[in-house]
Design a protein around this ligand. Structure first.
Ligand SMILES: Nc1nc2c(c(=O)[nH]1)N[C@H]1C(S)=C(S)[C@@H](COP(=O)(O)O)O[C@H]1N2
Ligand SMILES: [Mo]
Length: 185
């Protein structure tokens, strides 16, 4: 049987709050989610349009590069597969660059972004995501270290070339597979 917890990780009960900068104040009336870059036609959704998209639930584990893991989180939100169906992605697109409030970005190979368990979450364990954990929408990429799971997300760009994001250009690994301990550079 596959180990449940990746090497070098310890399981915690409480989820820490970790991010650079301060918690942004977001006004739903001004909030937008933008899908752009290598797509036939870019798509902008307002808050109500985003919240009306089909949602699904997915249970997964969190592994943070700093060494904690939190098991069995039930996330509910918009699957990256649903995002895919809103635009026509051009064949040159090889990377997804995810954007969050205040200029935070994180980069993913397109296959990681379209993993079946990748969700733009609005609820965690049945409750609305709290401001410190990314309200109104946070990305969840269970198969990679948790820094890829951007909080306060507001868009995704499809790109031909890779572009290291906030943590990736500050010493974190470009991909971040916890099973391979891809922690730093
Ligand atoms: N927008 C944004 N998202 C972010 C970060 C950040 O600095 N800004 N930090 C990442 C890191 S390093 C971690 S470990 C997780 C922490 O998520 P949590 O505070 O919900 O536990 O958020 C990730 N998402
Ligand atoms: Mo982190």
């Amino acid at each position: 049987m596959k180990e449940r917890v990746p090497p070098g990780q310890s399981v915690v009960d409480e989820m820490p709050v970790l991010h650079a900068g301060s918690i942004p104040k977001i006004d739903p009336a001004k909030w937008e989610f933008r899908i752009f870059g290598l797509v036939e036609k870019e798509k902008i959704l307002d808050f109500n349009e985003f919240m009306s998209l089909p949602m699904r639930k997915s249970k997964s584990d969190i592994h943070c590069v700093t060494g904690w893991s939190k098991l069995d989180n039930v996330w509910e939100g918009v699957s990256s597969q649903t995002i895919k169906n809103l635009v026509k992605i051009l064949p040159d697109a090889k990377f997804a660059i995810v954007y969050a409030e205040g200029g935070f970005t994180t980069n993913l190979p397109i296959d990681d972004f379209f993993g079946q368990d990748v969700i733009f979450a609005v609820r965690q364990n049945g409750k609305e995501i709290t401001p410190e954990h990314g309200w109104p929408v946070r990305l969840v990429v269970p198969r990679l270290y948790f820094w890829k799971s951007a909080k306060w997300v507001n868009g995704v760009e499809f790109a031909k070339e890779d572009r290291p994001g906030f943590w990736e250009s500050r010493g974190y690994h470009n991909r971040g597979d916890p099973w391979k301990e891809e922690r730093y550079g």
